[in-house]
Design a protein around this ligand. Structure first.
Ligand SMILES: NC(=O)c1ccc[n+]([C@@H]2O[C@H](COP(=O)([O-])OP(=O)(O)OC[C@H]3O[C@@H](n4cnc5c(N)ncnc54)[C@H](O)[C@@H]3O)[C@@H](O)[C@H]2O)c1
Length: 359
């Protein structure tokens, strides 16, 4: 098949290209965003090594995108190009909408124009759930409302009902109503909506994978806006004491980039693609304190070299864990790489990268 990956030079996109290039003709379209690529040529090198073609272009440039898709005549498109920083998105709403929303609109028109595309798979984000699924004290399943600034200023970081009753978080799946809590999350939801609406009732199938926190070797160590584990890896090796937000028990679902690339590869190549939105994560909750301690240990640092600051950020949600049962049942996908192994790989890779940087 002919495969086209927007954002194909990125952290996830380049791994996906590598997985597919042996059996398929792969074209990556990527503007090599400096914030992501400066000082981090590894993902681009991976593309070259696997024989994928790289077209340097911007999804905001309709002409360039049309020309690239017209030349590639793809059967399958993966849409991964995006601005990805939750915090940064509050400061740069025009840029985030321009790339994530308008870029997707340009993609839709290019797909209509070329007429070869049978399947589009978009990299969705669990951020569209906001605080996500929770149980009330009597066991009812609800979506937690946004937390109140006044509660958090008082050091209370729990998710609560509007009446103030505490809620218990549970793994979230796509049955959970969406409630994006950041500009980034809103743009990611818009990508899903636009693609679903534009191709409704046509022969073009649209698939969505909503990703949790993807980590692993290759995630930029220089981008201060994304990838908490890459950021921690650099800070630990620079001798810093890690600052941990809220009370330290913010919880995330860390999934290895190879497992995520495998899920994408399967979505694009299975005979019958699941039409449900699939949640992709490890399915395992890990607190930020726990992950910080694991990483500190891997770098032979005291495992208490962190400060719990009590500070909080807009758009940060409290608890994120995926219910991955649909991905298992409908796609036959299960994550293979344990967190401990993934962290070991990340620590080794980032040590090599930083040593090369200072050499
Ligand atoms: N990494 C995660 O934890 C995570 C979680 C949820 C969703 N996602 C989604 O997965 C996708 C890939 O993320 P990633 O982690 O590989 O990030 P990444 O930043 O490494 O990859 C994104 C790629 O898109 C490119 N890009 C950015 N703006 C572009 C533009 N205007 N035109 C063309 N290319 C552009 C960048 O240069 C980069 O190579 C994104 O859509 C992201 O929203 C990632």
């Amino acid at each position: 098949m002919r495969i086209f990956i927007t954002g194909g030079a990125g952290f996830i996109g380049s791994r996906l290209a590598q997985k597919l290039a042996g059996a398929h003709q792969v074209t990556a379209f990527d503007n090599l965003l400096p914030q992501v690529h400066d000082g981090n040529p590894e993902n681009q090198d991976r593309l070259t090594a696997c024989g994928a073609e790289l077209i340097v272009g911007d999804v905001r440039d309709a002409e360039a995108l049309n020309a690239a898709i017209a030349a590639a005549k793809p059967d399958v498109i993966y849409h991964l190009a995006a601005e990805t920083g939750t915090g940064q998105s509050f400061d740069l709403p025009v840029r985030y909408n321009g790339v994530n929303v308008m870029g997707t609109a340009h993609l839709i028109e290019a797909v209509r124009e070329v007429g070869t595309v049978k399947r589009i798979i978009v990299a969705g984000s669990r951020s569209v759930y906001g605080e996500g699924a929770h149980h009330t004290a009597d066991g009812a399943l609800v979506v937690a409302p946004e937390r109140k600034v006044s509660d958090m200023e008082a050091g209370d970081f729990l998710c609560r009902t509007r009446d103030g009753a505490p809620l218990t978080p549970v793994a979230t799946n796509a049955d959970c109503p969406v409630a994006p809590a950041s500009v980034y999350a809103s743009t990611k939801l818009m990508q899903e909506y636009l693609l679903g609406q534009a191709f409704w009732g046509t022969d073009v199938q649209v698939g969505t994978l909503r990703l949790q926190n993807v980590f692993g070797p290759g995630q930029s160590l220089n981008n201060p806006y994304t990838g908490v584990l890459s950021i921690f890896s650099r800070q630990i090796q620079e001798g810093a004491t890690l600052n941990i937000y809220e009370d330290g028990t913010i919880t995330r679902d860390f999934v290895h980039v190879d497992d995520v690339a495998q899920a994408f590869a399967m979505m694009g190549t299975v005979d019958v693609m699941p039409s449900d939105i699939l949640d992709i994560g490890s399915g395992e909750p890990t607190t930020i304190i726990d992950i910080a301690q694991m990483l500190l240990g891997l770098f032979d640092q005291p495992t208490d070299k962190f400060t719990v600051t009590g500070k909080f950020r807009p758009g940060d949600i409290r608890y994120a864990v995926a219910d991955i049962s649909r991905a298992k049942e409908q796609l036959g996908w299960t994550p293979q790489i344990p967190l401990s192994e993934g962290l070991r790989q990340l620590a080794e890779w980032s040590a090599r990268e930083l040593a090369a940087e200072t050499a």
